[in-house]
Design a binder for this molecule. Structure first.
Ligand SMILES: *[C@@H]1O[C@H](CO)[C@@H](O)[C@H](O)[C@H]1NC(C)=O
Ligand SMILES: *[C@@H]1O[C@H](CO)[C@@H](O)[C@H](O)[C@H]1NC(C)=O
Ligand SMILES: [Ca+2]
Ligand SMILES: [Ca+2]
Length: 596
């Protein structure tokens, strides 16, 4: 088993940010160049979901787009034509023909390796002729077998086991619930009364022989404790409360959200109410995970349908796990939201949140917010100019809008979520220096990166032997960071050191992320602080965080890619309309789970 990480290093351009530039439009449409509408590649149809996976097995990633009233598409980036091309062509001899599945009203898709052979399977959630409860057509689980994609749920063995999901659902996600590298598919079904609980489908080891292509599937939702009846909408998987094991968050309609804590034995316990994220009166839609204040704890952002949008920051209190909603009035403003994406779209080291709103009883523009970390206090939230991605009349469900953005950026940004627990910040250097990979079973690998490894795809193998695992490899944390008890880099509190790091004329020490500040012992009114010399009270400087550098990459959240995660260094061309300072960054690769 190998793990890959996607890492992008970006050509350095010149100018830093100024306030004026922040109001420049973030996105420009490149649809006409990269993905012009046409019958074969970009048909006019309802598309609801997208997954990023290597469909054709050539090592590059494709996008699987679900067609609701038309075929599913497999979009491959043609490097020579610089265009997206649909390889799931309407030709029965094509290995991808079955993926089109015109009969299915596909609404969600996810991809992960369910049988441990190193190639990802593709699960398509269909919702034919039903808003909730029973549907008239089953989901599909495609495996590459016999030279083409075939539906495992259609195998005799699985028909006998009656495992195919035939109910209305909204979203799907992969979860390596036991940390074995074999993934289960979590299906957020939309129940009608007692028809259609959430489902969890996985390979039954005892009845399967993957080497012969025999994959027996089971629905283990009851055993795992997730077979709940609800109006399922969004689902995300990641180490939210757990250190390395995947937990599951579902935002639901007409009932409280679920936050399933992984018990470490393959079962889950819903702790949503206990930790404060159950939001029982609202109707969830798109959801994403990210660490917005970089304290190493995963936060949850989601949109509520015409209700207040939420940004649940996980509190850094070690005694009790709790979340608090830090959404501002502007951010939370109700809208007909479908999908939510958290990513650093402009490579300024701060996360943005993109709300994909649909035109519903009137236009509703998409919106974009930046979360800037602050030394003291929660991230500052500001609304940005979303540019041509506003699409007030659009009825996007995630993919539609984003595919129009700068494509070279988008493919990486779409699949990105800065889930880096912490960095070894090496201020002043623009190179990635090391990489660290965590698997859901807790094993990890760390190693240094050479400059020659820039702009290369790199595979990091799962450490089969304990000795290979990284305890041996010293991880080096940058200045201002230290290795904590979990073997990870975390901010060092210089202010607790003896003798004091501050000179006697400026004795008041304040710890900051990756550094510290010293100032004079002078009292100032609230909102002001003494200047360095202690001669006057001044407004605090805007926080100056260390520039972004890669010290570690944590993949633990994205179970779905553990067996195929790309570490890639690539140059991203500067967006024509922007003058942002690009710096190296890394992406870990979540499976986009669509939510509508
Ligand atoms: C269908 O695909 C086969 C094999 O790739 C090819 O030989 C054939 O010409 C294709 N048919 C059409 C109508 O494109
Ligand atoms: C799994 O762990 C949970 C929490 O520790 C416990 O309540 C449950 O009984 C365990 N289940 C199994 C099947 O071991
Ligand atoms: Ca497989
Ligand atoms: Ca940013």
């Amino acid at each position: 088993m190998s793990a890959w990480i996607l890492l992008l290093t970006v050509g350095v351009s010149v100018l830093g940010l100024s306030w004026g530039q922040r109001t420049e439009p973030m996105f420009a449409s490149v649809t006409q160049n990269v993905f012009p509408p046409d019958y074969e590649n970009n048909p006019t149809q309802l598309n609801y979901g997208v997954a990023v996976t290597d469909v054709d097995g050539d090592g590059d990633l494709e996008m699987f787009v679900t067609g609701y009233n038309g075929p599913n598409l497999v979009l491959k980036y043609d490097k020579f034509k610089k265009r997206l091309v649909n390889i799931a062509v309407d030709n029965r001899s094509s290995p991808y023909y079955a993926l089109r599945d015109r009969q299915g009203n596909a609404i969600g898709v996810t991809a992960c390796d369910i049988d441990g052979d190193g190639r990802e399977e593709i699960y398509v959630l269909n919702t034919n002729n039903a808003f909730s409860g029973r549907a008239t057509y089953t989901d599909k689980l495609f495996k590459f077998r016999n030279g083409r994609f075939e539906d495992l749920l259609n195998d005799d063995i699985n028909e006998h086991r009656d495992v195919a999901n035939r109910v209305a659902g909204r979203s799907v996600a992969c979860v390596d619930r036991k940390g074995t590298g074999r993934y289960s598919i979590y299906i957020a079904n939309y129940a009608s009364g007692t028809v259609g609980p959430h489902a969890l489908i996985e390979m039954d080891d005892s009845s399967s022989d993957p080497s012969k292509g025999i994959i027996a599937l089971s629905n283990v939702a009851e055993q795992a404790g997730v077979n709940k009846f609800t109006g399922g909408r969004g689902v995300v998987v990641g180490p939210i409360l757990s250190q390395t094991l995947p937990d599951i968050f579902c935002d639901n309609e007409y009932s409280p959200n679920f936050l399933f804590r992984n018990n470490g034995n393959g079962t889950f316990t819903d702790v949503a109410a206990q930790v404060g994220v159950d939001d029982p009166m609202q109707h969830g839609r798109g959801v994403a995970l990210a660490d917005f204040n970089r304290d190493g704890k995963t936060d949850i952002v989601y949109g509520n349908w015409n209700g207040p949008h939420r940004l649940f920051l996980q509190l850094s209190n070690n005694r009790k796990q709790r979340f608090k909603d830090i959404a501002t009035q502007k951010f939370s403003m109700p809208s007909p939201v479908r999908t939510v994406i958290a990513a650093d779209f402009d490579n300024d080291n701060e996360l943005e949140v993109f709300f994909n709103n649909i035109a519903y009883r009137g236009p509703s523009a998409n919106r974009l917010f930046r979360f800037s970390r602050r030394e003291h206090g929660d991230p500052q939230i500001e609304e940005l100019n979303v540019g041509e991605a506003a699409e007030p009349e659009g009825r996007g469900t995630g993919m539609k809008d984003l595919i129009k953005l700068d494509f070279t950026n988008v493919l990486s940004d779409l699949i990105s979520l800065n889930r880096d627990c912490c960095f070894a910040a090496l201020t002043g250097k623009d190179v990635a220096t090391s990489v660290e990979v965590f698997w859901p079973d807790g094993r990890s690998v760390a190693r240094a990166l050479e400059p020659s490894e820039m702009n290369k795809v790199m595979e990091i193998y799962y450490p089969e032997n304990e000795e290979e695992a990284t305890q041996v490899v010293e991880i080096e944390c940058g200045p201002g960071f230290e290795v904590n008890e979990n073997g990870r880099c975390s901010d060092q509190d210089e202010c607790t050191q003896f003798p004091s790091v501050c000179p006697s004329e400026r004795p008041v020490c304040t710890n900051t992320y990756g550094s510290f500040k010293c100032r004079a012992n002078k009292r100032c009114n609230q909102g002001y602080e003494p200047n360095d010399e202690g001669t006057a009270c001044v407004a605090p400087e805007k926080s100056c965080l260390p520039s972004f550098h890669i010290g570690r990459v944590s993949l633990l959240s994205f179970g779905a890619i553990m067996s195929q995660t790309v570490l890639r260094f690539a140059k991203i061309p500067k967006l024509a309309s922007q003058k942002f300072k690009y710096e190296p960054k890394h992406f870990s690769l979540p499976r986009p789970n669509n939510a509508n």
